[in-house]
Design a protein around this ligand. Structure first.
Ligand code: NAX
Length: 329
């Protein structure tokens, strides 16, 4: 058995939390020889519900679960954290745009960023799921004084998986056949699922799916609007698929990416692909399996893709402007 690691999860009593905790405790992220201590952070009003979830965790008698600390205190919640999954925030309701959430949720991430800086382990990594996740991640990162910027990630893996699903269905293949699927920009209705560089069984998608009108229109829209479609159908936002994407994001960052492939995650831009330095934007990312990741270089961005990426980056700029007062200069 390896030495125990600490994973802090906010919004642990929420629906994504419920789909996430049991998989982490069973070893789905960190492997069958990695004990974990879960620090579960909730607001006071949800502490009763969280107690119930902790009772269920106890009742699973997971061999890898070394301990559980439910708390509404941020310092206690992030103490010694090696990974923090920031899920807690107010979810989008029917008819609500992500921009409406900026003001409501942004404030949560200043205090969490500060508490991470004060309490987390030196190797802390942070994945932001709570929406609007790119800008919440920016706020947390900028308030976490002393924590390197390359430790912060916002989740676009669910969008990647959704895009793979749509392409696979259209081509009549299994999703396993789809690779190199990059989501560019914001986890929002402006995101650009890049079908130009995606591959099906090693061939460029536009050579396999020759219906360009579908690719440029319905495909992009269906990925951009998938979250809203699920809310419409379920009456609640995606939960199990979001928890699964969070697990896959962490696994992907920890393991070596297969040769030639890449995955999507939003990271702090250093100006790659004309994306403003300092914005949290989704790009194609590879990992070396030793804890290091890098943005894939040299992806040729054609005119159509450029327009789409620019549109999403513009939205990220506007979001940053809207939360300017939450970002220390
Ligand atoms: P729920 O409302 O079920 O759960 C949210 C939980 O967060 C609640 O238990 C609430 O008490 C808690 N919470 C609120 N403020 C908190 C704070 N300051 N500190 C700690 N906990 C706090 O929402 P759920 O469906 O679990 O969704 C969580 C977040 O994920 C939402 O913001 C949602 O929009 C976002 N999503 C992000 C996705 C992505 O791909 N990045 C996809 C799925 C999901 O929509």
């Amino acid at each position: 058995m390896k030495e125990c690691i600490t994973v802090s999860i906010t919004g642990a009593a929420g629906q994504i939390g419920y789909a996430l905790l049991f998989r982490i405790a069973s070893g789905a992220i960190f492997g069958p020889d990695q004990p974990v201590h879960l620090r579960l952070i909730e607001i006071d009003a949800a502490m009763n519900a969280l107690e119930g979830t902790v009772m269920e965790l106890d009742d699973c008698a997971f061999p890898l679960l070394a301990g559980v600390t439910p708390t509404s205190d941020l310092d206690e919640g992030f103490k010694g954290a090696n990974w923090s999954l920031l899920v807690g925030s107010v979810p989008r309701k029917a008819g609500m745009e992500r921009k409406d959430l900026l003001g409501i949720n942004g404030k949560i991430f200043t205090g969490q960023g500060e508490a991470i800086a004060r309490n987390a382990a030196d190797d802390i990594r942070v994945l932001v799921v709570g929406n609007p996740c790119n800008t919440n991640c920016l706020i947390a990162m900028r308030n976490a004084d002393g924590v390197p910027r390359d430790r912060f990630f916002a989740m676009t893996r669910l969008d990647e998986n959704r895009a793979k699903g749509q392409l696979a269905a259209k081509a009549g293949v299994h999703t396993n056949s789809v690779s190199n699927m990059c989501i560019w920009g914001n986890h929002s209705a402006t995101q650009y699922p890049d079908f130009v560089h995606a591959q099906i069984e090693g061939s460029p998608v536009p050579e396999v799916i020759t219906d360009r009108e579908w690719l440029e229109g319905e495909f992009i829209r269906s990925v951009q609007q998938r979250g809203a479609a699920i809310i419409e159908a379920r009456g609640a936002s995606s939960a199990a698929s979001a928890a699964n994407a969070a697990i896959e994001t962490v696994c992907t960052l920890a393991k070596a990416t297969p040769e030639g492939d890449w995955n999507s995650v939003a990271i702090c831009s250093e100006g790659q692909y004309g994306i403003d330095e300092g914005l949290i934007a989704s790009m194609p990312v590879r990992s070396d399996g030793a804890g290091n990741w890098s943005v894939v270089e040299g992806v040729e961005v054609d005119e159509f893709s450029r327009g789409k990426i620019d549109e999403s980056v513009q939205e990220l700029r506007e979001e940053r402007e809207a939360v300017r007062d939450l970002i220390p200069s």
